[in-house]
Design a protein around this ligand. Sequence first.
Ligand code: ZN
Length: 276
Amino acid sequence: MWGRLSLGGAEAEGVYVTGHETASESDPMPAEPLEYATGALVLFSGGQDSTVCLGYALDRYVRVETVGFDYGQRHGIELDCRQRVRDMIARQFPQWGERLGPDHRIDISSFGAIGDTSLTSDAEIVMLDSGLPSTFVPGRNLAFFVYAAALGYRRGLTTLVGGMCETDYSGYPDCRDVTLRALQEAIRLGTEVDFTIDTPLMWRCKAETWALAYELGGEALVNLILEETHTCYKGERGTRHAWGYGCGECPACVLRAKGFAEWQASGAEAGNPRRG
Ligand code: ZN
């Protein structure tokens, strides 16, 4: 599928590559120098979406490293989940464990100090006049990818994988496909390296993200996500719902619960999953 993708076209899986790759359908690796073609850096928060992205990357790239950002979140639960999720993935999926390289954690707390938002302060989560939720940290994903590119440059990892999504998203303009396409181009120009921003969840709703998790790692990966990952804005882990832990009321919990219910109702988990 790599060969059909072009920078200006509609990339069904949100994979941005230039048109010069000539790999065939049966060869999932882009025809680039090996050290660039095989290494991916996953923006990994320890949440549901980035855990699915980690499984996706481990399924595709020979060498995978993770990066997490501390930007002054008001709760550290999601970041605390990171190491445990990495350890469990490596243990439960040995073929992935062999590919999983070091974790990197970058402190960009000065960035959190700029945005006075619900995620970085104690304010209530509300919808603002701009139509964006107060959880919006302006330009956060732009900053993440610029840092990731700088790290990837040093590590020889030129595919940057992120869980941004335009389907069920809350209106964050830095999650949009067009934004990340432009950012990829800016990073390429600014580094003179053909970085690829790979966003496998871009066109998936939450139910389809659960389906992807099942497709990648079956029940074991779904259970790992249910038990270990965290997406609740309020940082609550007291109650275990059918869809995992969380307050059940914040926008992130509502989306996660709705998506899980839709996926279950679809009966997708009962059938024989298509493995990539
Ligand atoms: Zn919640």
